[in-house]
Write a protein that binds this ligand. Structure first.
Ligand code: NAP
Length: 342
């Protein structure tokens, strides 16, 4: 098939492009050409340069077609999906939109495992500390609404995937590395809350494969699918697993969530800190994707080992908030002192 990918050089989209190429598709990517692209040696790949906000540039991309399918990996704002629906309506056989499980987790009322039809539950009051991103989730919902409307009113051939936290080598959010770096330094870990809420993340290769498998699932037009690992963990389970894979014996110190939230380093302008502290159970039904796509995921111990290896051998920087590590350790010392018998 001939496929246009809006994005194609990011964490998730570059892996999806590699799989599409492996499967023999002809791929055209569309980015501004600013971010480093990982090398590839195939004749089946064309890289176009343009800004997705520029209607003429998107129209120009169509000249490289006709395309059987378009992937939109990078719609974050409703205006972006509006322009995409307008540009590609009647011009492509399929339109695959990258959404997120955050569309559910901006609601107060969700029932776990969260099923796909829970996407329109009423929004919670604005909560800046929403661990799934409040503004992000609201905007991704608005993108979806525009695309569903185009589907319902004009038969726009959209399908959506809603991945949970994506993990793996090159992860720009460095969520796993937050904990890997702290386990590596040997100090105890400060864990927000009781650490027992359940969550699922997903390996980038599994998520990217779901995007490519969707192409072959004809009955998936007009449908959305959750994308998550089959294994469900609590933050405590996850940290034990990570420490075991790293061969480290680490002490965890839990701190009541409300007290934790008062700590200056409990949030960070650079992004998510103390990741996978979901503050409520956040598990996802995989029934639909298993049935329609034959979806199965890589064992978490396997891909976490790969992720640990990549970050410890290839990544030179620090995790988000690591500059406050000494303050984390000071809080742990204070907790220890308060607990010690007189
Ligand atoms: N990471 C997660 O945990 C997670 C979880 C759930 C869902 N998601 C979803 O996954 C998607 C992100 O995928 P990704 O990681 O592959 O993408 P990405 O890293 O956000 O970006 C992909 C590429 O798009 C290009 N780009 C950015 N702005 C552009 C513009 N205005 N015009 C044209 N190209 C532009 C960038 O290259 P240039 O700079 O060269 O333009 C970038 O390399 C999003 O839809 C997000 O909501 C992510």
């Amino acid at each position: 098939m001939k496929i246009l990918v809006i994005g194609g050089s990011g964490f998730l989209s570059s892996v999806a492009v590699a799989i599409l190429l492996e499967r023999g598709h002809q791929v055209t990517t569309f980015t501004r050409g600013r971010s480093g692209e990982r090398p590839t040696t195939t004749a089946n790949l064309i890289r176009l340069t343009g800004d997705r906000h520029d209607p003429a540039a998107l129209q120009n991309a169509l000249l490289a077609g006709p395309f059987d399918a378009v992937y939109d990996f990078i719609a974050y704002e409703p205006a972006e999906s509006r322009l995409a629906a307008k540009t590609f309506h009647g011009r492509v056989g399929r339109f695959i939109h990258c959404s997120t499980i955050s569309v559910y987790l901006v609601s107060d009322q969700v029932t776990c495992p969260i099923t796909e039809e829970q996407d329109k539950a009423p929004l919670m009051p604005f909560w800046e500390r929403n661990p799934f991103g409040m503004t992000y989730g609201i905007n991704k919902r608005a993108c979806e609404e525009i695309l569903w409307q185009a589907h319902d009113e004009r038969q726009f051939p959209v399908s959506m995937l809603r991945p949970t936290f994506i993990s793996g080598p090159h992860d720009p959010a460095k969520r796993d590395f937050f904990w890997i770096e702290r386990i590596n330094d040997g100090g105890p870990l400060l864990v927000p809350g009781h650490g027992e809420f359940l969550f699922q993340s997903v390996y980038v290769e599994d998520a990217a494969r779901a995007f490519t498998d969707l192409l072959e699932a004809e009955n998936s037009i007009g449908k959305a699918y959750n994308v998550a690992a089959e294994e469900i963990l609590s933050l405590n389970d996850y940290l034990h697993l990570l420490a075991r894979l790293m061969g480290r014996d680490i002490r965890f110190v839990h701190l009541d969530q409300e007290l934790f939230d008062r700590l200056p380093f409990s949030r960070h302008p650079g992004g998510d800190v103390f990741p996978f502290n979901t503050r409520r159970d956040a598990t996802f039904s995989l029934e639909e994707i298993s049935r329609d796509l034959g979806y199965h995921t890589t064992p978490i111990a396997q891909w976490l080992a790969t992720t640990i290896d990549w970050f410890t051998t290839h990544y030179n920087g620090h995790s988000t908030g690591y500059e406050a590590r000494a303050q984390e350790l000071a809080v742990i010392q204070k907790i220890d002192e308060d607990r010690s018998p007189l």
